[in-house]
Design a protein around this ligand. Sequence first.
Ligand code: 5GP
Length: 201
Amino acid sequence: MRDRAGTDGHGSDSHPALLTVLSGPSGVGKTTLAAHVREAHPEVWLSVSATTRTPRPGEVHGVQYFFYDRPTFEDLIAKGEFLEHAEYAGNLYGTPRQPVEQRLDAGQPVLLEIELQGARQIRTTMPEARLVFLAPPTWEVLEQRLRGRGTEPEDVIARRLAVGRIELAAEPEFDVTIVNTTVEEAAAELVQLVTEPVARA
Ligand code: 5GP
């Protein structure tokens, strides 16, 4: 684990960072890791995001996501119902504000699993949050994941790889990096971070 706490100039308190944001490049395994944490550590509350994308087989409204049509989602944005929101691959995604604030007020650790634009918004609006970057063990591992099953045309793969390189370059913006070597090890590191106080210099 690479820890940049104390070097980011975000205040001098040593209160627990109850809000943790897990982000990182597409394909690195954020969702698998977050699901693992949810099952193994129910004391950590994993936020359920809203999205305009179509549910995948097996996804249930209110469990993996709240699925809304675009006008409904835009109405929620206008009403200030999201802590952050972003457009990703043609769909809107956002973190419902109220359930997160309720848990934080009750002192429960909260984990958000979101893409980079949303993480940057949280950095600005909630500077006390701890931002965790999930990194692949090597570029080759991420490349394999982004190439997928090899059924996509080369131009689609090239675009994904270019985006992957840009996303990887965001790592220094984060407080801590966890390398996703195995999901068990990464989950143990993440849970330790989520439930322990942060000591910022
Ligand atoms: P997917 O459609 O594959 O479930 O998610 C696509 C991307 O959206 C992933 O990188 C995921 O982390 C991100 N994402 C999921 N929920 C949110 C959210 O509430 N806000 C933001 N900014 N990104 C999200």
